[in-house]
Design a protein around this ligand. Structure first.
Ligand SMILES: NC(=O)c1ccc[n+]([C@@H]2O[C@H](COP(=O)([O-])OP(=O)(O)OC[C@H]3O[C@@H](n4cnc5c(N)ncnc54)[C@H](OP(=O)(O)O)[C@@H]3O)[C@@H](O)[C@H]2O)c1
Length: 174
């Protein structure tokens, strides 16, 4: 029997709904508890989909994991080494993942990559850690040039630390 690939997005969000205080900022604002959760989910997945900008920010830790990096400058699929493949977003990435029989795929972001995956029905579930801080500005989770209503069902919620970081787990329902 064929097993369906599960696409899981993992996001850290500020209280005012941003994934980063500015373009190309790193993730030094997320809690150690969120980082522990992130590493545990990355350890369990077969493949990570990540945007070229986020990959370059976190290249050292990500180079040890199997990644597909989205880049509009890539010529189709470019195999760099056993862990790293670049993919042009115009390619049939979903078909490629099905052919390779990856079962559990984590979408690591950033905003352009979450948006691409949402549009291509490549987010079945989403884990969002809400960190108790506000930026007042910053990068939204999804590209606001492409509005689209999607409905989600809460599967679980958990407080990660005394400061009040919340881990929410949702499933797409449409
Ligand atoms: N809080 C969180 O959970 C979280 C998670 C991940 C990242 N981030 C943050 O997000 C920021 C980066 O996000 P970002 O949206 O600027 O960049 P990104 O999604 O990491 O990477 C964007 C790049 O990926 C390629 N790409 C992705 N989707 C594409 C599409 N549909 N069409 C064409 N090219 C596409 C392009 O590469 P080329 O330019 O090579 O064509 C584009 O410039 C960083 O600050 C990072 O720290 C936060």
């Amino acid at each position: 029997m064929e097993t369906k690939t599960k696409y899981i997005a993992v996001v850290a969000l500020s209280l005012d709904g941003k994934i980063a205080p500015e373009q190309n900022a790193d993730s030094n604002w997320t809690s150690s508890e969120d980082k522990t959760f992130l590493h545990s989910i990355l350890d369990k997945c077969d493949l990570i989909i990540v945007g070229r900008k986020t990959y370059e920010i976190a290249e050292k830790p990500l180079s040890k994991r199997k990644c597909i990096v989205l880049s509009g400058k890539s010529f189709g699929f470019e195999f760099k080494n056993e862990n790293l493949t670049y993919c042009n977003p115009t390619e049939d990435l979903k078909g490629y993942i099905k052919e390779k029989k990856y079962h559990s795929v984590v979408i690591l972001g950033g905003a352009q990559t979450y948006t691409y995956c949402l549009e291509n029905k490549m987010i079945d579930e989403i884990f969002i850690t809400i960190e108790p801080l506000t930026f007042g500005t910053g990068l939204p989770l999804f590209d606001q040039q492409k509005p689209k209503m999607v409905k989600w069902l809460l599967l679980s919620s958990k407080q990660l630390n005394p400061a009040g970081a919340l881990l929410l787990h949702y499933q797409r329902i449409d």
